[in-house]
Design a protein around this ligand. Structure first.
Ligand code: OFO
Length: 162
C-alpha cells in the first residue's frame, strides 16, 4: 500500500500534467486562430503527450493501491503576443514541471519508496528532453528575429512533427 503522503504528492503531479495539457491545447487554439497551423499542430501533439504523462501517474497511483484524485483546473491563458512568447512560456512551464518532478523524486527517496523512485526516473529523463526541445525552438526564434519568412519556415517545419 502506498504511503498517503506519496499518494497525495503523485496526485498533485497528476493534475499538473493535466494542467500542462490544457495550457498547450490553449496555445494550439491561439495559433490556429492566428493562422499558424504548424505551431498549432506541434502544440496539439504536445497537449496529447501531456495527457499521456498524466495517465502514467493515474495508472501508477492505481497500481500502488491508491486513488487518482482530480483537482479543479485553472483556466489557461487564451492568447500570446507572438509565437516566440508562447514558446518562452512553454519553456518556463517545463522548467517548473522539472523542478516539481525532482521534488517528487526527492520525496520518494525520503520515504524509501523504491517503486515510486524507479517510476519517476522516466520523467526525470523526459524533462531533460522536453526542455531541450523547446530551447532549440527558441534558439531558432532568436536567429530569425522578426523575419516573416523565417517564422513562416519554422511554422512549416514544426507542423511536420509526428
Ligand atoms: Fe509532462 O512534461 Fe511537459 O509538462
Amino acid at each position: 500500500m502506498i504511503d498517503k503522503q506519496m499518494e497525495d504528492a503523485l496526485n498533485v503531479q497528476f493534475n499538473k500534467e493535466l494542467a500542462s495539457a490544457l495550457i498547450y491545447a490553449a496555445m494550439a487554439a491561439d495559433f490556429s486562430v492566428k493562422g499558424f497551423n504548424g505551431f498549432a499542430r506541434w502544440m496539439t501533439l504536445q497537449a496529447k503527450e501531456e495527457t499521456s504523462h498524466a495517465m502514467k501517474f493515474y495508472e501508477f497511483i492505481l497500481d500502488r493501491g491508491g486513488r487518482p484524485v482530480f483537482s479543479a483546473m485553472e483556466k489557461p491563458q487564451e492568447s500570446w503576443n507572438s509565437p516566440q512568447e508562447a514558446f518562452e512560456a512553454a519553456l518556463a512551464h517545463e522548467q517548473f514541471i522539472s523542478k516539481s518532478i525532482d521534488e517528487l523524486a526527492g520525496l520518494a527517496r525520503k520515504l524509501d519508496d523504491k517503486a515510486a523512485e524507479v517510476f519517476l526516473h522516466w520523467f526525470i529523463s523526459e524533462q531533460v528532453e522536453e526542455e531541450s526541445t523547446v530551447e532549440s525552438i527558441l534558439d531558432t526564434f532568436s536567429l530569425i528575429g522578426s523575419n516573416a519568412q523565417g517564422i513562416y519556415m519554422l511554422n512549416k517545419e514544426l507542423g511536420s512533427r509526428e
